[in-house]
Design a protein around this ligand. Sequence first.
Ligand SMILES: CC(C)(COP(=O)(O)OP(=O)(O)OC[C@H]1O[C@@H](n2cnc3c(N)ncnc32)[C@H](O)[C@@H]1OP(=O)(O)O)[C@@H](O)C(=O)NCCC(=O)NCCS
Length: 172
Amino acid sequence: MYDMAALYYDLYYKEYITKSLPLQMKEEILTFTVEHLDECANLAVEVFNGELPNQHWTRETARVRLQEIFNTSGFVGLVCRSWEMQGFVVGICEQWENTLRFELKTICVRSDRQGHGIGTNLLQQLVNTLKSMNVNSIYLLTSKDGLAEAFYTKNGFQRSPRMIFMSHQLIQ
Ligand SMILES: CC(C)(COP(=O)(O)OP(=O)(O)OC[C@H]1O[C@@H](n2cnc3c(N)ncnc32)[C@H](O)[C@@H]1OP(=O)(O)O)[C@@H](O)C(=O)NCCC(=O)NCCS
């Protein structure tokens, strides 16, 4: 005999799980832990290869980079998670004369969620965490004149009037 109760149960939960659940799960900011490495590496590959010029990350190289940062003394990182990884920010806290300063190494937000305040939220929580650690300042490298610079400027960063970025190509 046809079991209507089982059919409704099946339909209801399939709909609920595939459609409603992701929309209902709230985003939360959490401390970056070793369990987040794979998901964040995958996200970084999607975002950086997909959006920035001349980026050729693989899951392996992105994971190695994130793990290097994660294993460095002074690591501080946050993730924004709901049903899946939405974004993350990582960097290193270091001694500078008699103060502490923080190098922001990477921030990224999944492409289809950008422009909805997740990056700003991650940065604000990072600032709160760093203030509680008595960190004096944050510095970073980013591409000039693009959306990333606009994002940082909106969040209180300014171009250094004194410092420049220099590089020396060793292998062509
Ligand atoms: C840069 C980045 C982290 C910002 O996070 P976000 O969640 O998209 O940013 P928010 O929504 O908090 O802030 C929006 C502001 O950031 C800027 N912005 C940067 N990238 C943006 C994007 N792709 N879409 C919309 N706004 C963007 C704009 O100035 C915007 O302000 P506006 O809405 O008044 O125009 C995110 O867009 C990203 O991951 N970009 C690709 C990777 C990257 O460039 N990382 C930084 C260099 S390491």
